[in-house]
Design a protein around this ligand. Structure first.
Ligand SMILES: Cc1cc2nc3c(=O)[nH]c(=O)nc-3n(C[C@H](O)[C@H](O)[C@H](O)COP(=O)(O)OP(=O)(O)OC[C@H]3O[C@@H](n4cnc5c(N)ncnc54)[C@H](O)[C@@H]3O)c2cc1C
Ligand code: FES
Length: 281
C-alpha cells in the first residue's frame, strides 16, 4: 500500500498528491510516469511524475479530474492509501544542452513539463517556458516553472492572465521575431501538441511531444497505447512517452483516445450515483 503523505488543491479540478513510494522515487527521472490502481477493483491509470524526493522517498503527481478514477482519487485525503503504484515507467526525457529550448505546457501538462524545465536548466540550456490554460484559476506550477526559466510566458483562453489566446500564439510570435530556437518540448492535450508540431515543422525546429494514449499494462504487452510515429507502430509506454512531434499521427491518437467514451461516461455516472447515495445516507 502507498500512503498519500500530502495533498494540495492547485485549482478547482486539479489536485497534487505526494505519495510515499521510495523505490519509485529512487529511480525517477524527468519525463517518466507511474501507473496506479486505487483498490482491487480499480482501473490502472497513468500519471506523469511531476516531482520526487529521494530523501523523503516520495513521488508527486498532479491529477486533473476528468472521469471516474480521477474523481475518486481527487476525493482521497492525506493518510489514505492506494493499492498499486508502479514505476518509474517509460523512457526518461532526453536532457542535453541544446542551446535555447522552449518548453510548452498546456493544462495539466504544465505539471508534467516542470521536471523537464528544471532538468534542462540544470543541463545549461537557455529555457523559455510557455504555459497555458483555459483560465487563470487553472494555471498551475507557475512559480516553480518561472524559477527555472530565462523567459516565461502565460496564455489563457479567456485572457484572465497573460496573453489572451493559445500557447501556440506566443511560440509563433517568438519565431516571427527571429528568436533562435534549438528545440521545442510540448506536453498537453493532443490537439495542442498537434498545433505546436504543425507550427514548428516548416521552420525545421526539432520538436518533442509527450503522448498520452490510453494505457493499461504500461509494459508494452497489451497494445492499448499503440501510436503511429513516422508511419510505424510504437507503444508509448515503452518506446515513449516522448516522440518526434513532426512524425506523430495526432489524428490517430485523438481518435483512439475516444474509443471508450460511452463506457467512461457510464462509469462516471455509476460512480456519481453511488457517491451521492452515500452522501444521502
Ligand atoms: C503517460 C501518461 C501520463 C499522464 N499523466 C497525467 C498527469 O500527470 N495528470 C493527469 O491528470 N492525467 C495524466 N494522464 C491522463 C490520465 O491517465 C487520464 O486522464 C486518466 O486515466 C483518466 O481516467 P478517468 O477514469 O478519470 O477518466 P475516464 O473516464 O476513464 O477517461 C477520461 C479521458 O481520459 C483519457 N484516459 C482514460 N483512461 C486513460 C488511460 N488509462 N490512459 C491515458 N488516458 C486515459 C481518455 O482520453 C478519456 O477521454 C496521463 C496519461 C498518460 C498516458
Ligand atoms: S500500455 Fe499496454 S502496451 Fe503500452
Amino acid at each position: 500500500m502507498y500512503k498519500i503523505v500530502a495533498k494540495r488543491e492547485l485549482a478547482p479540478t486539479v489536485k497534487l498528491f505526494e505519495i510515499s513510494a521510495p523505490l519509485v522515487a529512487n529511480k525517477a527521472k524527468a519525463g517518466q510516469f507511474i501507473i496506479l490502481r486505487i483498490d482491487e477493483k480499480g482501473e490502472r491509470v497513468p500519471f506523469t511524475i511531476a516531482d520526487w524526493s529521494r530523501e523523503k522517498g516520495t513521488v508527486t503527481i498532479v491529477i486533473l479530474e476528468v472521469g471516474k478514477t480521477t474523481r475518486q482519487l481527487g476525493a482521497m485525503k492525506e493518510g489514505d492509501h492506494v493499492l498499486n503504484f508502479v514505476g518509474p515507467l517509460g523512457k526518461p526525457a532526453e536532457i542535453e544542452n541544446y542551446g535555447t529550448t522552449v518548453c510548452v505546457g498546456g493544462g495539466v501538462g504544465i505539471a508534467c513539463i516542470y521536471p523537464e524545465v528544471r532538468a534542462l536548466k540544470a543541463a545549461g540550456n537557455r529555457v523559455v517556458s510557455i504555459i497555458g490554460a483555459r483560465s487563470k484559476n487553472l494555471l498551475i506550477f507557475e512559480e516553480e516553472i518561472r524559477k527555472f526559466s530565462d523567459e516565461f510566458y502565460i496564455a489563457t483562453d479567456d485572457g484572465s492572465k497573460g496573453h489572451r489566446g493559445f500557447v501556440s500564439d506566443i511560440l509563433q510570435t517568438l519565431i516571427n521575431t527571429n528568436k533562435h530556437i534549438d528545440r521545442v518540448i510540448t506536453v498537453g492535450p493532443p490537439i495542442m501538441m498537434k498545433v505546436i508540431a504543425n507550427l514548428t515543422r516548416p521552420y525545421g525546429i526539432r520538436t518533442v511531444a509527450s503522448l498520452n494514449p490510453i494505457m493499461v499494462d504500461g509494459t508494452g504487452m497489451c497494445g492499448s497505447c499503440r501510436v503511429i510515429v513516422g508511419g510505424e507502430t510504437k507503444f508509448a509506454c515503452v518506446d515513449g512517452p516522448e516522440f518526434d512531434a513532426h512524425l506523430v499521427d495526432f489524428d490517430h491518437l485523438i481518435a483512439r483516445n475516444r474509443r471508450y467514451v460511452e463506457e467512461e461516461a457510464l462509469s462516471l455516472r455509476n460512480y456519481e450515483e453511488a457517491t451521492s447515495k452515500c452522501r444521502k445516507l
